[in-house]
Design a protein around this ligand. Sequence first.
Ligand code: NAD
Ligand code: WQD
Length: 368
Amino acid sequence: MTVLVTGGAGYIGSHTLVELLEAGRDVVVLDNFCNSTPESLRRVEAITGKSLTLVEGDIRDRPLVETTLRKHKIASVIHFAGLKAVGASGTDPLEYYNINVVGSERLFSAMKACEIFNLVFSSSATVYGEAEYLPFDEDHPLRVTNPYGRTKLMIEDMLRDLQKSDQRWRIATLRYFNPVGAHPSGMIGEDPRGEPSNLMPFVSDVAMGRRDQLVIHGDDYDTPDGTGIRDFIHVVDLARGHLNALDGLVQHGSFAVNLGTGQGNSVMEMVSMFERVSNRKIARQIGPRRPGDIAVSYAATHKALAILGWQAQLGLYEMCRDQWNWVSKNPEGFGNVVELEQGMLPGMETPQDAASQRQWGRRERDWA
Ligand code: NAD
Ligand code: WQD
């Protein structure tokens, strides 16, 4: 029962691989490393003492995806691969539509051709947009405010249509709230390229002395301390949810569920907790509200509990503690990407399809 994990080298993917391997699943990763490095996969293997198979390539490379599905007798797919920066999606929307929407369509078409109908898809709470009521339950109207969010909603719509067209599809649509933290080993974590736009990586950078100060985007919201409130969820809890979702497909067929804690914490609460666990002062100033931000977001969690038997177990303390453990042990993240990539090309298989390899920069490796 091998699972194909697209985007498995990324932040959430790598943590999910740990859970899958520890649960004894066989795993194939398809990733083009456009926002990650193979080092995260090495670390996953080191944490678990288990090996995985890597296919380096692009989800848009339909022949490669189909070959991978058949060659490795894939039973289910967990689909993380895509771009996720809200701001960048506004400056280069076509790139987002291409990679996220076209890429997903190619993947689903390849799955259909191979008669593989079990899918877990990474959606986002961003599909709810501005809150009509709180907490966000899965029946909340869906309306998006930026191109990134639109790609997620388009993929969700594509999946709803697909499921209606053929009852053999079993699709888990997981709407993540705000994933933060790192594996408690301190060996894997989020390693953003360039200036982070999300709160926790930015706070970590300030604690590490890499940036002078955090700008808090507004303290005049209608919240107890005036700063925005989010449902931060430990990435290990989130990763566990994917295992439950795979099992849930068998029992329940298709569903959309929130993965959040159900608990809102403010930006200031996050900063204070980070100061406590790191024993460092986080310099900050109050700036204006960030365009597009909503004041408060947190999840209704009863559906995840009912369908998946899953609920988050870790709180803000563990999120900040494990993030600090990761960044303080790995001040360079996974290290210099170029050096790592050059040094990590053992056992490359000769590609069968040279034209396709040129088009996508594909390299298939005998990972073991
Ligand atoms: P990430 O960027 O760390 O991981 C994505 C992975 O996909 C990377 O390893 C990247 O190299 C790979 N990838 C991108 N395009 C690819 C392509 N065309 N072909 C093959 N591989 C490709 O992101 P993440 O935080 O781990 O997010 C994973 C998924 O979860 C994404 O779909 C994201 O939209 C979704 N999501 C993330 C968050 C969050 O805050 N991190 C919240 C909600 C939803
Ligand atoms: C959290 C809070 C900011 C940075 C985004 C995406 C969403 C999902 C998760 C993918 C807000 C405040 C932040 C900073 C700050 N991703 N903040 N100073 O915006 O809730 O969600 O990531 O699907 O789609 O929109 O997360 O971490 O950017 O912000 O004050 O330097 O922290 O204003 O209140 P967000 P975030």
